[in-house]
Structures are given as structure tokens and as C-alpha cells.
Design a protein around this ligand. Structure first.
Ligand SMILES: Nc1ncnc2c1ncn2[C@@H]1O[C@H](COP(=O)(O)OP(=O)(O)OP(=O)(O)O)[C@@H](O)[C@H]1O
Length: 254
């Protein structure tokens, strides 16, 4: 594995040690992860790249507590996920993790404002005081103030994804996982959404981990984890475009 060096010891938002995940059994068994060791620093925007089938989604699901590793350990926001049962994992995700999906996943019968407030409601948090301030800040950073009363069908794809990002950020999660968040967007809307994800890291101090196939999207990230065959091939800190392309090709990066 290649790691470009950083001189500051960062706080970690998530770590994986010796992570393996075998899907299926017997002859049909597929090793999606083959011993992943990874430290994801807090307050940074990290892209996860790699060829189709290299294990990106499986890694993200294991880190987010949506899938259970076959072996190895995961720690997110200082908490070990191994050993948590389904109820504990559900509560853990609700309190500490935000998600942004390719398909937006907004509830169509609710307005944008109601979609954004939903995670607060589920957590039994009232929209007053510090919670209200956070909500308003997120709505303003994402430029959604004048769209709150619209339903998803009345919004463009880019606006819908901004609502989904606001919904992911409103509870101030320790880590946000974005799975191909621009996969359904045209290039202008993609650039806008990626810009907002980056602003959420810069201006709101969030930690964002984004799976993407696109070099253009990865260029918005601070760091890039390159997976190959279920293992980390490189973890690049602020790579140049040339370094990233070389790592994706499997060359040693200096
Ligand atoms: N539920 C499953 N059952 C069986 N095999 C699976 C399952 N999920 C993933 N796999 C296999 O595990 C490997 C890794 O899959 P994964 O979806 O994590 O890769 P990926 O890098 O996200 O791929 P893509 O870029 O195509 O989405 C692949 O060989 C895939 O076929």
C-alpha cells in the first residue's frame, strides 16, 4: 500500500482493522474485503475509488454499520461496532452517522423542510435552541431557504440531492457516508452538490466519506482511498491528478 505522509496526527472519525467480508457460502463465496486496515481522519473529505467489484460499497456498508464484517473490527466516532446487535446499530446510525445516496431517497409526500427535519424528529429532538440554529445554518449553507415548502417532485435533481445532504447533516453526525451522490446528476448539478459537500467539511467541520467512480468527483475530496481486489492499494493525502491516476492504474505513488 502507498501512503503519502501527513505531518499532523489527526483525530480519527473511523478505523478498520483486518476487515474481511465474505459474501455467500461454499462455491459461491466471494471475498469482497480481504483484510482492510484504514484510518479515516475527522474533518476531511475522503473519496473511495477503485474498479467495479473492488469492495467500495461493502467497505462503506461495514463502516456505516449497515453490513456485518466476517472478521476484523470497525470503530466509528470512538465506538466499536463489533458486538452491537441490530437495535444498537440502528440507534448508533441515527445518532452518529449521516447518509447520502445516489437515488436521493427523499420521502415524496413530505416537503423539503419536513424531509430535512425528519432525523431530528426520529431522534426526539425539538427544533428549538441550538438544534434550530444548526438546522438554519445547514439550510443556509445548502442554499435551501426558499425551497423548504416544495415537495421533492417540484425540485431539480441537484436541489433534491442538496435536501438529502441537509437531512444527513442536520443532526451533526460524526461521519457522513455518500454513495455515488452524483450518479444521477448532470455535470452542472454534480459540481454544485460536490461543492456543497466540500463546504460542509470546510465550514461545518463535517467528516465526509464518498464512494465514487468519477475522477472529477474525487477531485473535490481532500484525500483518496484506492481499493483493489478488496484491499487498500493506496491512501493518498491531497493527491495531484497525476498521483491519483497512477494509483488507480496500480503504479507506486511517490
Ligand atoms: N450480497 C452479495 N452477495 C454476493 N456477492 C456480493 C454481494 N455484494 C457484493 N458482492 C460481491 O463482492 C464484491 C465487491 O462488491 P462491492 O459492491 O463492494 O464492489 P464495488 O467496488 O462497490 O463495485 P461497484 O463499483 O460495481 O459498485 C463483488 O465481487 C461483488 O460481486
Amino acid at each position: 500500500m502507498t501512503t503519502t505522509t501527513s505531518h499532523v496526527t489527526p483525530t480519527l472519525a473511523a478505523t478498520a482493522r483486518g476487515l474481511t467480508r465474505v459474501h455467500g457460502r461454499g462455491d459461491a463465496a466471494v471475498s469482497a474485503l480481504r483484510g482492510v486496515d484504514l484510518d479515516l481522519p475527522a474533518g476531511r473529505f475522503t473519496a473511495v475509488m477503485g474498479p467495479s467489484g473492488s469492495g467500495k460499497s461493502t467497505l462503506m456498508h461495514c463502516l456505516a454499520g449497515l453490513d456485518t464484517p466476517t472478521s476484523g473490527s470497525v470503530e466509528v466516532a470512538g465506538r466499536a461496532l463489533d458486538g452491537m446487535d441490530d437495535t444498537a446499530l440502528t440507534l448508533f446510525r441515527r445518532e452518529h452517522v449521516g447518509f447520502v445516496f445516489q437515488a436521493f431517497n427523499l420521502l415524496p409526500m413530505l416537503t423539503a423542510g419536513q424531509n430535512i427535519a425528519l432525523p431530528l424528529e426520529l431522534a426526539g429532538r425539538r427544533l428549538t435552541g441550538a438544534v434550530r440554529e444548526r438546522h438554519d445554518l445547514v439550510v443556509d449553507v445548502l442554499g435551501l431557504r426558499d425551497r423548504l415548502s416544495h415537495r421533492p417532485a417540484e425540485l431539480s435533481g441537484g436541489q433534491q440531492q442538496r435536501v438529502a445532504i441537509a437531512r444527513a447533516l442536520v443532526t451533526e453526525p460524526e461521519i457522513v457516508f455518500a454513495d455515488e451522490p452524483t450518479g444521477n446528476l448532470d455535470s452542472a448539478a454534480s459540481a454544485e452538490v460536490l461543492g456543497f459537500l466540500r463546504r460542509s467539511v470546510r465550514e461545518l467541520g463535517q467528516t465526509v466519506v464518498m464512494v465514487t467512480h468519477e475522477l472529477d468527483a474525487a477531485a473535490y475530496a481532500d484525500d483518496v482511498v484506492v481499493l483493489a481486489d478488496g484491499a487498500v492499494r493506496a491512501h493518498l493525502v491531497e493527491p495531484t491528478a497525476d498521483q491519483l491516476v497512477a494509483a488507480l492504474r496500480g503504479e507506486q505513488v511517490r
